[in-house]
Design a protein around this ligand. Structure first.
Ligand code: AMP
Length: 330
């Protein structure tokens, strides 16, 4: 299942992504998280992105598109993903569509979580995230029992540097100008689901579940399941009219049969195939094709896993040797 979550900062995309991860067993791909990790690791990309993020602006398209390209090629995204915070403008949306079309894995659904901007400001100014388990708190509406400590795992709670009133205001305006046009873009494609993001986490979750009910991955589009028709096959015996054969004539048995059927052709019972049966057969064929694809993908994954295991073992052996050598030197 390939899902896209769009919504203003603080609309609850990250929170709702958590249950979708479990429901579909697919990873959440958050460009915000990827960028924050690069900033924390002080990579050249992270250093470049930090100032832009602190200012509440969008990081250049080529950087985020490159990050997404690399991320969705990883094996864990093979069965799908939940895009959180990407795309954020039309150029990113088009780049993602091209990328996925080339892979034959189109987006299945876009969920747009709508929340009133005033409420968003309140949510974000008080937002606290656990650095260890990711649980969210809010110093106004859902404070932790002990200041700066996670109720769930005891981890340290963190307040994002871009969650201040001035930057939030800018981020909301950036959303309005650059991201909101995606509503029309996905609505024209017919895969947009507008979700009311106000209310409790559980309430929003229910709305998302009902929007996705009955959906499945669209690698191969299937018709709704049609039952095979319960038509009775009436077996009729072919009508054979026997003819007298002059036994005195020497006729080879096969030739004899041919001659007999030429005179009295065997009438076979006509089998009528209904439209429902044809649809059922087509559907069966699609399922068989899909099964074939999945099996071949599974083989590929197993191959990759074996390769990776071999590499890990090789590296481990090399490491052990190094450690031994180092100990010998000491
Ligand atoms: P988020 O955690 O999604 O609110 O993202 C935090 C910040 O990361 C944003 O304010 C942007 O500066 C940057 N960012 C995240 N995703 C994108 C994106 N798809 N395009 C450009 N900048 C992004």
């Amino acid at each position: 299942m390939r899902l896209v979550l769009i919504g203003a900062p603080g609309s609850g995309k990250g929170t709702q992504a958590k249950f979708l991860i479990e429901k579909y067993n697919i990873p959440q791909v958050s460009t915000g998280d990827l960028l924050r990790a690069a900033v924390a690791a002080q990579t050249p990309l992270g250093r470049q992105a930090k100032a832009v993020m602190d200012a509440g602006q969008l990081v250049p398209n080529d950087i985020v598109i490159g990050m997404i390209r690399e991320r969705i090629m990883r094996p864990d995204a093979e069965n799908g993903f939940i895009m959180d915070g990407f795309p954020r403008n039309l150029e990113q949306a088009e780049a993602m569509d091209t990328l996925l079309a080339n892979l034959g894995r189109p987006i299945d659904a876009v969920l747009q979580i709508n929340v009133d901007f005033d409420l968003l400001m309140q949510r974000m100014v008080g937002r606290l995230t656990c650095l260890s388990c990711g649980t969210l708190f809010n110093s106004f509406t859902n404070p932790p029992s002990i200041d700066s400590q996670c109720d769930n795992c005891g981890g340290t709670l963190h307040h994002r540097s871009d969650d201040n009133e001035e930057t939030i205001d800018r981020r909301l305006r950036v959303y309005e100008t650059h991201t909101q046009p995606l509503t029309a873009y996905y609505s024209n494609k017919g895969n947009l689901h507008a979700i009311d993001g106000q209310g409790t986490v559980e309430e929003v979750k229910k709305r998302i579940k009902s929007a996705l009910r009955g959906m499945r991955s669209s690698r191969i589009k299937l018709q709704p399941v049609a039952q095979p028709p319960a038509t009775k096959v009436v077996k009729t015996r072919p009508e054979v009219i026997r003819t007298q054969v002059n036994v005195k004539e020497k006729v080879a048995p096969r030739q004899k049969r041919r001659e007999a059927t030429a005179v009295n052709p065997v009438k076979r019972p006509k089998k009528t195939v209904s439209a429902a049966e044809t649809a059922y057969r087509q559907q069966l064929k699609s399922l068989q094709d899909e099964l074939k694809t999945v099996k071949s993908e599974l083989r590929e994954v197993t191959r990759t896993e074996k390769q990776l295991t071999r590499e890990v073992e090789k590296n481990q052996a090399a490491l052990e040797k190094l450690v031994e050598k180092e100990a010998g030197l000491k």
